[in-house]
Design a protein around this ligand. Structure first.
Ligand code: SF4
Length: 351
């Protein structure tokens, strides 16, 4: 095992760093250019559970619309949720807005510069605090995401499966975190995991750590990290109702803040359960089944049956708000509800 993992990685990063819209590359950094903590924070929150390719567009849109944290904090939350729609894991969007407001109200618009200070912000967990502290402020914080866990498991041939091995992998990562250039180092390990030490087929021939990699030496690198088998996800079912008024307006409700897709808009419907749902239309009408949409959540699969009724202008629903057709594109509808809307507005399909 080479004792200079960080040195080898930094040399590799100097030549191979990915060009990312939120990143200050190693050459610019060496010239003294500092990353904007707002952009680092925004990108790190967006990148949780989402790919770089998906995040790039969202990041450009967010920073064009809200160039500084104070702009984001001053925006109505519904607009932030709408702009986030499609990125998933909507608690992140609610926390994003709450965090921007905290930074403005409690910190005069400047992000705390330490891992501990960042950790106290809404939606900023252990990983994110370490990443911002390292990348934006060059604190020697140990940054461990899925990429880093994979690199550490392979480098040290850790065969204990995840998630049990998390602590051990964090401790190993900490042994390599350098005092010099910790921000570049954090990004170097992430880049290595994303481009060379990839999940299925690590490109060991192009790896700066190949000489000291125990997983490679033992021929087990591609099988690491091991994972405890996951339980099969259950399937939940629900009904949702697309009420369309004569003028094209559609009835939408808002999900409660606490829980899945909290604060997002939706077509009114039933709870999602493993039993057959009992009908619960938002108003009496001739409801027709239009089809079903399927969507995968972290802990379950959802099969949502979409019913539609065309109703008169004076229809009064028991709940929800009429949203004009022209404003539907801006409504904070999560992906599953966009699918339901498309299904409900499309031709009838056999269930
Ligand atoms: Fe990953 Fe191969 Fe590099 Fe080891 S040598 S860290 S397995 S890419």
């Amino acid at each position: 095992m080479t004792s200079d993992v960080s040195g080898a990685l930094l040399r590799w990063y100097d030549a191979h760093a990915r060009d990312l819209p939120w990143r200050v590359g190693p050459a610019a950094r060496a010239r003294g250019v500092r990353p904007d903590p707002y952009r680092v924070w925004l990108s790190e929150i967006m990148l949780q559970q989402t790919t770089v390719a998906t995040v790039k567009d969202y990041f450009e849109r967010f920073t064009a619309r809200w160039p500084a944290v104070a702009d984001l904090a001053a925006s109505p939350r519904e607009e932030v949720l709408s702009a986030w729609a499609g990125l998933g894991y909507y608690a992140r969007a609610r926390n994003l807005h709450a965090c921007a407001q905290t930074v403005v109200a409690a910190h005069d618009g400047a992000f705390p510069s330490t891992e501990a200070g960042l950790r106290a912000l809404p939606g900023v967990g252990l990983y994110t605090a370490a990443a911002i502290a390292a990348i934006a402020f060059d604190e020697a914080a140990t940054v461990v995401d899925g990429n880093v866990e994979r690199v550490m498991a392979r480098l040290h041939a850790v065969e204990e499966p995840l998630p049990g091995a998390k602590k051990a992998l964090y401790a190993l990562a900490a042994t390599h975190t350098p005092a010099a250039r910790p921000g570049d180092y954090a990004q170097a390990v992430m880049d290595l995991g994303a481009t060379v030490c990839t999940p299925r087929s690590p490109a060991c021939g192009a790896c700066p750590l190949a000489g000291g990699c125990e997983g490679r030496a033992r021929g087990i690198a591609a099988t690491l990290p091991r994972k405890t088998p996951k339980k099969a996800k259950p399937t939940r079912r629900g009904l949702c109702y697309l009420a369309r008024r004569e003028d094209g307006a559609v009835l939408l409700t808002v999900r409660p803040d606490a829980g899945l897709l909290g604060g997002m808009a939706e077509l009114p419907g039933t709870d999602w359960t493993e039993d057959e749902p009992a009908p619960a239309p938002p108003l009496p009408a001739r409801w027709r089944a239009m089809g079903a949409v399927r969507h995968g959540f972290t802990h379950f699969h959802l099969v949502l049956t979409v019913l539609r009724a065309d109703v008169p202008l004076d229809a009064v629903p028991a709940r929800g708000r009429w949203t004009p057709a022209a404003r539907l594109d801006d409504a904070p509808l999560p992906t599953v509800m966009r699918k339901a809307l498309a299904c409900g507005l499309g031709p009838e399909r056999l269930l």
